[in-house]
Design a protein around this ligand. Structure first.
Ligand code: GLN
Length: 475
């Protein structure tokens, strides 16, 4: 388990400890454990120590370095970091050094946080196990024979193993919540537009959101407060200041109406179902009321997502052509160079998505596939709107399964895609959702319970998340 971010910041700000010693401790955990876990594509130890000295100097001068003073943070390697390689765990971006920082990276550093490294992911964030990385898979710190989930597996594992106090991931269809559940940490996908995507390498732009991993609900709230809020550099950024969330975590759920989805697609492991029942009971004991809600289009979300996300990806990834970024394979003419570069640079899953998406967008099929999927997306948003007219938040599993052994699903894309059956619908609707560790499932692996809330109702979501955590099941 990671060290608490709020506790680190408190001790650094008061001079009780130094940022340098905090960073040194975390770098020591990284050198002890990351050889096996492989959460990091790159450890930025020297610059982290320099930044730590800067923080300590400011404290010595009587300045306040900010709410995350000295907090070691790991950053998913699809977030741009100025001058620091950003690979998306793909050969395609080999040697690319972004000329700017993502807005979230800038905001973390302004708040006093210290980046200790860039974390491994499924190539271009496509996957649910971090096995699709050009740099080898990440291992789950709870059981290293199992996957950490994905695509932000490195960020989840870094926090679960205490190699960073908190981390950032991206969530297009579940890539923060699902690995958080599998590694036994908290993971939050904010409302679409709450956190700036400037500097996030795009997978599916209408679905992508950046969010935090943390060891506690309060730490996740603290990080989200820092990274959220309007950014004129992202045209989809909501023009509002960041909400105040830390205070919500301990407010309790007295009087809240929690939705139970009566027509939720089945298939979750029995232990996962049992933890969900216990989570409902814990909220009732804390004063919440359970109401039944229906989401009849929920079952079509996965199908719609696997048309919409690949369609957007095929367009977004067209830019990797051997000219503008990263690698180039020389060939006789320009077209041959494009083809050779893309054949060598992308892995199998990325190629599968590009082909799927190009097909779904092609003339003659556009209406039948892409157009139809957009209609399903609307139906899902309508379902949620109806449900939220009678409840404040919804509870369901984060993942139908606990972390599985390596190789279990790599040859069966459909069974891999099914890992996201409960997380994808909120991405389609643009709503916030978070995963909170809640006891154990099969093989003693962590189970995550997912809290869903309406657009910009992060405050409600954090109240419910805090109450689940307080119920004390942990991971
Ligand atoms: N696992 C899903 C996919 O492969 C979601 C990925 C994500 O959220 N980035 O597309």
């Amino acid at each position: 388990m990671p060290q608490s971010a709020s506790e680190i910041a408190r001790r650094v700000r008061t001079g009780e400890t130094t940022a340098r010693s905090v960073v040194e401790e975390h770098l020591a955990v990284i050198s002890r454990r990351d050889g096996e876990i492989n959460a990091f594509n790159l450890v930025t130890g020297d610059s982290a120590l320099r930044a730590a000295d800067g923080i300590d100097a400011r404290v010595a001068r009587g300045e306040d370095p900010g709410p995350l003073a000295g907090v070691p943070v790991a950053v998913k390697d699809n977030l741009c970091t100025r001058g620091v390689p950003t690979t998306c765990s793909s050969r395609m971006l080999e040697g690319w050094h972004p000329p700017y920082d993502a807005t979230v990276v800038q905001r973390l550093s302004t708040a006093g946080a210290i980046m200790v490294g860039k974390t491994n992911l499924d190539e271009f964030a496509m996957g649910s196990s971090t096995e699709n990385s050009a740099f080898g898979p990440t291992r789950n710190p709870v059981d290293t024979s199992r996957v950490p989930g994905g695509s932000s597996g490195g960020s989840a594992a870094a926090v679960a193993a205490g190699m960073a106090s908190v981390s950032l991931g991206s969530d297009t269809g579940g890539s923060i919540r699902q690995p958080a559940a599998m590694c036994g940490v908290v993971g939050v996908k904010p409302t679409y537009g709450l956190v700036s995507r400037l500097g996030l390498v795009a997978f599916a732009s209408s679905l992508d959101q950046i969010g935090p991993f943390a060891g506690s609900v309060a730490d996740a709230a603290l990080v989200l407060e820092v990274i959220a809020g309007h950014d004129p550099g992202d045209s989809t950024s909501i023009p509002q200041p960041a909400p105040s969330l830390v205070a919500e975590v301990g407010r309790g759920v007295d009087g809240l109406r929690i939705g139970r989805v009566v027509d939720l697609p089945g298939g979750a492991e029995p232990e996962v179902e049992a933890r969900l029942e216990e989570a409902f009971a814990a909220l009732v004991a804390a004063g919440a009321r359970i109401v039944d809600v229906a989401l009849p289009s929920f079952a079509y979300a996965l199908t719609a997502y696997y048309l919409l996300a690949p369609a957007e990806a095929s367009s977004n990834l067209a830019r990797y052509d051997g000219v503008r970024y990263g690698m180039r394979v020389a060939a006789a003419d320009t077209n041959a160079m494009y083809a050779a570069t893309r054949a060598a640079g992308f892995g199998d899953e990325v190629k599968r998505r590009i082909m799927l998406g190009t097909y779904a967008l092609s003339a003659g099929y556009y209406d039948a596939y892409y157009g139809k999927a957009l209609k399903v997306r609307r139906l899902i948003a309508d379902d949620f709107a109806r449900a939220y007219s009678s409840c404040d938040a919804i509870l369901m599993p984060t993942s139908p399964v606990v972390a599985f052994p390596f190789g279990d699903k790599v040859d069966d894309p459909m069974s891999m895609y099914l890992c996201d059956i409960y997380t994808i619908p909120t991405n389609l609707a643009g709503h916030p959702a978070m995963s909170v560790p809640f006891g154990l499932g099969a093989h003693g692996m962590p189970v995550g319970i997912q809290v869903l809330a309406p657009t910009l109702a992060e405050s409600t979501m954090f109240r419910v998340g805090g109450a689940l955590e307080a119920a004390g099941r942990g991971a």
